[in-house]
Design a protein around this ligand. Structure first.
Ligand code: C5P
Length: 222
């Protein structure tokens, strides 16, 4: 249902991985490609939505017509989101945000010492961006993503409740045909209202179907 207009809807999307610096030359990150978030941003923009894409470091061209804010770390992503969240109708968190960052980033490159065969790093928890959005008094419609490697439905349902989301889209990243760097994806979509559907398609087609579902849910809640 690509023909259903999203004109005037303000949608914020987070995408890609975050990078957490260890020192000036090293970081911790993950394999998120950003493709799902960028596909949603592109699809939404083509259908008339006003899209703000907050992206970690990825190798993808900026989708046409969207306002893009590039960030590196989870804390930067958190700040970028909260700067404009009050204006949004919909928030879609596709970013694979690092759960932890260095308690203190080393100012200088960490040196290898021959006699030191183990190295302990102390990490602290990053804020949960989507949960912080879901807790706002004036909150947008909140859609989360979950990459799981087992018991997808159970963990997705848990996350929907725990993070107080309106909708969650979960995929099985242990399947090489779908998930992280793939162009295709299989999503299990659950809503707070109890809708449960499985969709399998290219990321761009999934993006369109998902946006239409969100628009319908928004209409129902108004
Ligand atoms: O808990 P988990 O990381 O699996 O949850 C995934 C969902 O939560 C995604 O929508 C992701 O963008 C969001 N998230 C977030 N901030 C974090 C961790 C996850 O917004 N620190």
């Amino acid at each position: 249902r690509k023909d259903i207009s999203l004109r005037g809807l303000r949608i914020m999307i987070t995408a890609g991985p975050t990078r957490e610096a260890l020192d000036p030359v090293r970081y911790i990150s993950n394999h998120s490609s950003g493709k799902m978030g960028y596909s949603i941003a592109q699809a939404a923009s083509l259908r008339g939505a006003l899209v703000t894409l907050i992206s970690g470091p990825v190798n993808l061209p900026k989708p046409e017509g969207v306002e893009m804010i590039s960030v590196v770390s989870a804390l930067e992503m958190y700040q970028a989101v909260h700067q404009k969240i009050e204006e949004q109708d919909i928030f879609i968190g596709t970013a694979a945000v690092a759960d932890y960052r260095m308690q203190e980033v080393n100012a200088q490159k960490i040196k290898k010492k021959k006699e030191q065969v183990t190295l302990a790093l102390t990490l602290v928890q990053n804020p949960d961006i989507i949960h912080s959005v879901a807790q706002l008094k004036k909150r947008p419609y909140v859609v989360g993503f979950a990459a799981e490697t087992q018991e997808v439905a159970k963990y997705a349902q848990d996350k929907l409740k725990r993070k107080d989301l309106d909708m969650i889209c979960a995929n099985d990243v242990s399947d090489v045909e779908i998930g992280f760097n793939s162009d295709n994806n299989q999503l299990l979509i659950l809503t707070k209202g109890g809708i449960e559907v499985t969709l399998k398609d290219s990321k761009i087609e999934l993006a369109h179907t998902l946006l239409t579902m969100i628009k319908n849910e928004l209409k129902l809640s108004q």
